[in-house]
Design a protein around this ligand. Structure first.
Ligand code: ADP
Ligand code: MG
Length: 717
């Protein structure tokens, strides 16, 4: 049997590689694993001296720096807890601009001088680490002579233990800065943006008579899509191995046309995998809630219960890591790429976002009382205003090489940012805009004894899968985020731009109230004005349609089709202004991000192109030639000419790809020009080579074709 067919047979006969977990008796307390590997506040309360625990909590609540004796006490408790769980090392765990997490491990143990070693871990080691920043992208922030970087403990995200069959590591979530204090990571700006939004929202809430809320937290619940394939296919495809996506592959006869996969019953091996993933995540305190099949064959989704943006974003990184690690125990590989298979639905990450007071009140929840609804309309309007004003920036936060296959490709949200409100809420805003209350019922929810505002919808209303930014009842769902992306940056931007809009609106509202108007009378003209200025961002129709592209253009909305178009929005004057105003990122830090992302885009595509050329020349072309030799040997005259022409065409395309992707064509270009060149020349050359290869795949003898096919990879489970 040919090698690949043999792989199919083996792939179809899986058995769990690791140990079968069995089903523990969950009525026994010890079998409840949630948070077992987390240094939770509950563990802290148990292990820290009472005074230390109280001091730590109040320091955290006030957001102040920890003093060194407090840090020593926490470090001691943390070390003992970790040692009991088998941890031999600790790691400052951080999120550099690579988009993945980084960890530098240090042993707890140090020699004592008498030939033995003791475990030691001080407050200083807990609070600060010193990795070499030169190995991480800094976008020009760091000159080589100032390579030092610092990691700083983030006590608001709990430490956790990463288990490995041969030991365990205590991971301490940290922020990562250059020695000059600039943020080199995703966490610092996220924390700063949460602060900014909190202050703005608390100020605004006071206008609504809320004197008790001290803090407002932004919340995130990211739904993660991913593919699972048998590892044999993965390892026989150099493209998957090197780039995370297939660079070749003809369309399978069966795709998702039959709609038989979405929410279908989960294959047994996959379910076994999911159960173990969820158990691992539970131990790490990640509150996974939902799992199901996604639209494409071999595509799945996992979603947690939402948490505050900082913890939720750390948990999202952990989730991606665990999804990938556990897959190997089942002979599977988890693909997080946005578009692993051309022509097959890609993967995204729905970033559900809202704001919540410290008492747990969701500010985007339409309320039960007229007063609550005024407040809801205020915050909802702030979001509309922010998204309209900074649509280009929002689009930039979800840009990336993988995303260019997805956004705007009639399967994912379009590259045009717009907001779906649902017909009920749209009607409410429309009538506010008209200054009337049509559609309102007497004594309706928003009556407040006046005749201005219509009643609010009681529930989320209808749904629209084509919208990049949808109101879903009590939160907004930013659906354009890519499946490999960290959610930290999109949330940083959302928090910052909404803080600005809240402050703008609140300023006018305050002026109105101080001028003697009632809350409602002061608010109404404000909402009316904002709606008329920003309603162009609201679109409830089909985001995939041609008409929408035309209409969006008429409305003056941006349509930033590719990464290269979108990234410059990181350094537009309005971006720099809002980020400086809220001290979330300086212009230097913004410029650094733009530069890093541009370079990552170009470098990624260069790697893809080189991989594509190598596979073409060393795997696919030889297969085609062998096939041609067979045809000649068999004197299959009718087929020889056709195949020869295709082979010649393939050789041309391969040569073109190799030439265009030459390093010397590119290396002297400034990053932006390099990225443009890559998009306009290298990507089309890759596409051209692929088009011929995919035709060859359909005529070359199956036993000669060296790559597993889509029909095998996606359907054998
Ligand atoms: P769907 O989007 O399919 O309707 P859900 O309503 O269950 O699904 O929510 C999807 C995600 O949204 C979940 O991860 C959930 O935790 C998250 N979510 C729900 N409420 C909020 C909120 N207030 N803030 C942030 N995320 C939220
Ligand atoms: Mg959703």
């Amino acid at each position: 049997m040919p090698k690949i067919r043999q792989e199919n047979v083996t792939a179809a006969q899986w058995s769990p590689n690791g140990q079968v977990l069995g089903a523990p008796d969950l009525t026994v307390a010890d079998n409840q694993v949630f948070g077992a590997n987390v240094f939770t506040p509950a563990v802290q309360r148990q292990r820290l001296p009472k005074a230390v625990y109280r001091q730590l909590q109040s320091t955290l609540e006030r957001g102040e720096a920890l003093d060194s004796s407090l840090a020593d006490a926490v470090a001691l408790a943390m070390k003992e807890w970790a040692l009991e769980r088998g941890a031999t090392h600790y790691a400052h765990w951080f999120q550099p601009l690579t988009g993945s997490t980084a960890e530098k491990h240090d042993s707890f143990y140090g020699p004592t001088g008498d030939g033995t070693a003791i475990a030691d871990f001080s407050g200083k080691e807990l609070i600060q680490g010193e990795p070499d920043a030169s190995s991480f992208p800094t976008g020009g922030i760091r000159a080589t002579f100032e390579a030092r970087g610092y990691t700083a403990w983030d006590p608001t995200s709990p430490a956790f233990i990463l288990e490995n069959p041969n030991g365990a590591v205590l991971c301490i979530p940290t922020a990562f800065t250059s020695w000059t204090g600039e943020a080199l990571d995703y966490k610092i700006p996220l924390l700063r943006s949460m602060e900014a939004l909190s202050e703005a929202a608390v100020r605004a809430l006071q206008l609504f008579g809320d004197e008790t809320s001290q803090r407002v937290f932004t919340t995130v619940g990211p739904e993660q899509e991913y593919f699972l394939i048998d590892e044999q296919y993965y390892f026989s495809r150099p493209d998957l191995l090197t780039t995370g996506r297939t660079l070749y592959g003809a369309q399978p006869p069966k795709g998702h046309e039959l709609d038989d996969h979405y929410f279908g019953s989960i294959p047994e091996r996959v379910l076994a995998y999911m159960l173990e993933v969820e158990r691992e995540l539970a131990k790490l305190g990640v509150p996974i809630k939902t799992r199901h099949n996604e639209v494409a064959p071999a595509q799945y989704e996992v979603a947690p219960i939402f948490e505050n943006s900082n913890v939720g974003s750390d948990h999202q990184q952990i989730t991606m890591q665990v999804l990938q690690n556990v897959a190997r125990r089942y002979g599977l590989v988890c693909l997080l790429h946005e578009k692993p298979f051309a022509g097959v639905n890609g993967s995204g990450k729905h970033n559900n976002w809202s704001m919540s007071t410290d008492a747990g009140d969701n500010l985007l929840e339409p309320g039960e009382t007229p007063h609550d609804n005024l407040q809801f309309l205020f915050f909802c309007t702030a979001v509309l205003q922010a998204v309209d004003r900074h649509q280009g920036l929002l689009r930039a936060t979800v840009a990336g090489a993988g995303q260019d296959h997805r956004l705007g490709a009639n399967e994912a949200p379009p590259a045009i940012i717009s907001i779906f409100l649902g017909s009920e809420l749209s009607t409410v805003f429309e009538s506010i805009g008209n200054g009337g209350r049509e559609g309102a019922e007497p004594g309706g929810l928003l009556g407040l004894g006046t005749q201005v505002l219509p009643p609010m919808p009681m529930h989320g209303g209808d749904r629209n899968r084509t919208s990049p930014f949808a109101f879903t009842g009590n939160k907004f769902e930013f659906r354009a985020v890519g499946s490999t992306q960290s959610v930290a940056l999109p949330n940083t931007v959302l928090n910052t731009i909404v803080a600005e809009a809240i402050d703008d609106l609140a300023g006018e509202l305050r002026a109105g109230i101080e001028g003697g108007a009632s809350l409602e009378d002061a608010l109404r003209p404000l909402l009316q004005k904002s709606w008329s200025e920003h309603k162009r961002i609201v679109f409830d129709g089909d985001g995939y349609s041609e008409e929408w592209h035309a209409e969006a253009e008429q409305r003056g909305l941006l349509n930033l089709r590719t990464t290269v178009d979108a990234l410059p929005y990181f350094t537009k004057p309005e971006t720099i202004a809002v980020f400086e105003q809220y001290k979330v990122l300086s212009d230097r830090e913004l410029a650094a991000r733009e530069e890093v992302f541009v370079e990552q885009y170009a470098a990624r595509i260069n790697i893809e192109a080189e991989t594509a050329a190598t596979i073409a020349r060393t795997m696919l072309l030889p297969a085609a030639l062998r096939h041609l030799a067979l045809l000649r040997q068999a004197e299959a005259r009718m087929l020889i000419g056709e195949t020869e022409r295709l082979v010649d065409e393939f050789v041309d395309k391969i040569r073109a790809l190799e030439t265009i992707n030459l390093k010397e064509n590119q290396e002297d270009e400034p990053p932006a020009a390099w990225a443009k060149f890559v998009r306009d020349s290298v990507v089309p050359a890759m596409d051209d080579a692929r088009a011929v290869a995919d035709r060859l795949e359909k005529i070359v003898a199956d036993d000669l074709w060296p790559l597993p096919k889509y029909s095998e990879i996606l359907f054998i489970k």
